[in-house]
Write a protein that binds this ligand. Structure first.
Ligand code: MEV
Length: 296
């Protein structure tokens, strides 16, 4: 019996989420603490894949051929909190595409994986910018502008990242549609917010490359009200942002779709364990606390 496996990593959008759908730049980094593995067994006789997993299998089969998805067993082992804004859906589509291609003896390049993952993401949430897929495929820090070739983002050593899950899930499709409505209601205001976000993303890029935690924190703090202004923050997210700042972070914001989900904060890498301990003592769920992987 053929058994094939594929893996992919979750991601954290450091800045630019939502506005990236409308052309602003965004920066994302992989989250090695949160990975996902898909295992496919042919002719396993188990329950047929359901829902989004079945849909992704159908898309992979369309691309690379292979057995009827109803005739295989697909097991997903995920260390990425679901619907939390950490890229679990893109990681699932990439890991499944890798496993499926492996099962049928193909070795797809990144471009093929992107196409298959994006087709799955379109089913899941309508109009994905592609940033989640990019990190899941390459596992690298990226500066992303929709419709342009993604550029690697330089990251200096020593930058700490804390990720807190508020435990409230949210649907990407719902949040993206909510932002679209805000934009339609007041296009001029949205354009101003988009321009401010683009400036924040530039500051984030410079700070990551320079290893300047103070500047990075200031930029994260500046991003949070811009996201709140398009309706994707919640009282729970605001409480988490306040808690992590009070615990000693240099700055914090929600990450990903919002509406619940996760908050990121930065500090010096060596201070991350202490901050995480303080937050856990207060009852917060710390998903990751460590350093952002350095990148050239
Ligand atoms: C979701 O992880 C990020 C959003 O910006 C949507 C997208 O870029 O496709 C909210």
């Amino acid at each position: 019996m053929t058994v094939a496996r594929g893996r992919a990593t979750g991601k954290v959008i450091v800045a630019g989420e939502h506005f990236v759908v409308y052309g602003a730049p965004a920066i994302a980094v992989p989250l090695p603490a949160a990975t996902l593995e898909v295992e496919i067994r042919e002719a396993a006789g188990g329950p047929a894949p359901q829902g989004h997993v079945a849909e992704c299998a159908r898309i992979a089969r369309e691309r690379w051929g292979g057995p009827d998805p109803a005739a295989v067993s697909i097991v997903v082992r995920s260390g990425i909190p679901v619907a939390a804004g950490l890229g679990s859906s893109a990681a699932l589509s990439v890991a499944l595409a890798r496993a499926w291609a492996g099962m049928v003896g193909r070795a797809p390049d990144d471009a093929e994986l992107r196409e298959v993952s994006l087709a799955c993401e379109r089913v899941a949430h309508g109009a994905p910018s592609g940033i989640d897929t990019e990190v899941a495929v390459t596992g690298r820090a990226v500066r992303f502008v929709r419709g342009e070739s993604p550029r690697p983002q330089a990251v200096a050593p020593g930058i700490g990242l804390i990720v807190i899950d508020t435990g409230t899930p949210a649907s990407t499709r719902t949040m993206v549609e909510a932002v679209a409505r805000r934009r339609t209601e007041d296009p001029a205001r949205f354009e101003r917010l988009l321009a401010e976000t683009s400036a924040v993303v530039a500051a984030v890029g410079d700070a990551l490359a320079a290893g300047d935690v103070t500047r990075l924190g200031t930029a994260l703090d500046a991003a949070q009200p811009l996201l709140a202004a398009v309706g994707v923050s919640t009282p729970g997210l605001e409480r988490a942002v306040a808690a992590v700042r009070a615990a000693g972070a240099a700055g914090a914001k929600l990450t990903g779709k919002g509406g619940g989900g996760t908050v990121i904060a930065t500090c010096r890498e060596r201070d991350a364990p202490l901050l995480a301990e303080r937050l856990r003592d207060e009852g917060w769920t710390v998903v990751a606390a460590g350093g952002i992987a350095p990148a050239a």
